[in-house]
Design a protein around this ligand. Structure first.
Ligand code: HEM
Length: 301
């Protein structure tokens, strides 16, 4: 539902957004002040993006703690992980689009990392072509490539859920003659919860609208990114810019590999002490770094 809200509001704001460095920032300001429902659509888009990230994360954790990634559902875990990574990239590219200091600094980090990656990072540098500004390329990724891939993967994800059915709760035995819930009843529940979500996100969009700073200044670092980037934000300061690649690749790599690292068929919590302990430690480390950035409020490095 959050994704549907993002598609609808995204298509609307895209009608007024100018994806070129000279005009992008001003077009976002004009969207808020001059366009009918422009500020509301932007606020909804901003909060729906965070809702999609949080809900996908909660879903990933639920699947992990219920051991639902185990045979025969390993493939669907990988499809889900890819959707989660794409959601993360969508939030990142979206942040750059508003072309204020925060978005620009995010892009500069991206260029630094791309340079370290050499040929593999060429897409993010002007080496690919000096004709099309990187902002325009990130825009095409944000509005077409990433949402398109999420949509395709979502269809695949849902078909695999249909084939394997919802996995049973690890601690509750399935009754022999369980009658599955009709799909229409499930859809009704999703629609009702979706309406509640839309209401909540609309309220947030109106009460706490996203800000847009002035046009960026090159060579300074004075902002802090959105909270979902805080778990690796201080790494640069502690271990240098290259550490950002290792930390992101390490954490997402671990997520993708979960079903292949944990091959045991055991599902009950008391039989999965190692997997639960390792996940708990990783979550604790990510949460601790996030809280550290929240409390110390570092701006730049
Ligand atoms: C997975 C789906 C998506 C996510 C997670 C996402 C996320 C974001 C985020 C976080 C921003 C920055 C918001 C801000 O601070 O103002 C943004 C901006 C933007 N997005 Fe998306 N978006 C998604 C899909 C789309 C789609 C499908 C379109 C258009 C077809 C779109 C068009 C835009 C435009 C034009 C902006 C710049 C305007 C602005 O900053 O308010 N987005 N997006």
């Amino acid at each position: 539902m959050a994704f549907v809200i993002l598609l609808v509001t995204g298509v609307y704001v895209a009608q007024f957004y100018a994806p070129v460095p000279e005009d992008a920032n001003q077009s976002v300001r004009d969207l808020v002040t001059d366009v009918w429902l422009g500020g509301f659509a932007r606020g909804l888009h901003y909060w729906a993006a965070q809702a999609m990230f949080v809900l996908a994360l909660l879903h990933l954790l639920r699947v992990f703690f219920h051991a639902s990634y185990k045979k025969p559902r390993e493939g669907n875990w990988v499809v889900g992980s890819a959707m989660f990574l794409l959601t993360f990239l969508a939030v990142f590219t979206g942040t750059v689009l508003k072309w204020d200091q925060e978005g620009f600094e995010a892009l500069i980090h991206n260029l630094d990392v791309a340079e370290l990656l050499g040929g593999a990072g060429a897409w993010f540098t002007s080496e690919l072509t000096d004709r099309v500004p990187i902002l325009l390329r990130l825009y095409s990724a944000h509005v077409v490539i990433i949402p398109g891939l999420i949509l395709l993967l979502f269809v695949w994800h849902a078909l695999l859920v249909k084939r394997h059915r919802i996995s049973p709760h690890p601690e509750i035995p399935v009754p022999e003659e369980e009658v599955p819930e009709p799909f229409t009843a499930h859809l009704q529940r999703v629609a009702a919860l979706g309406l509640v979500l839309l209401g909540l996100l609309s309220l947030l969009g109106v009460l706490l609208p996203p800000v847009v700073g002035p046009t960026p200044v090159d060579g300074i670092e004075v902002t802090r990114p959105l909270w979902m980037f805080w778990w690796f934000f201080p790494m640069e300061e502690w271990f240098g810019v290259a550490s950002i690649i290792y930390v992101i690749a390490g954490v997402f790599g671990l997520v993708f590999l979960v079903p292949f690292l944990d091959r045991s068929p055991k599902r009950r919590w008391r039989e999965r002490k190692l997997a639960l302990g390792a996940a708990g430690l990783l979550l604790l480390a990510l949460a601790a770094t996030t809280i550290q950035v929240w409390i110390n409020n570092p701006k730049g490095h």
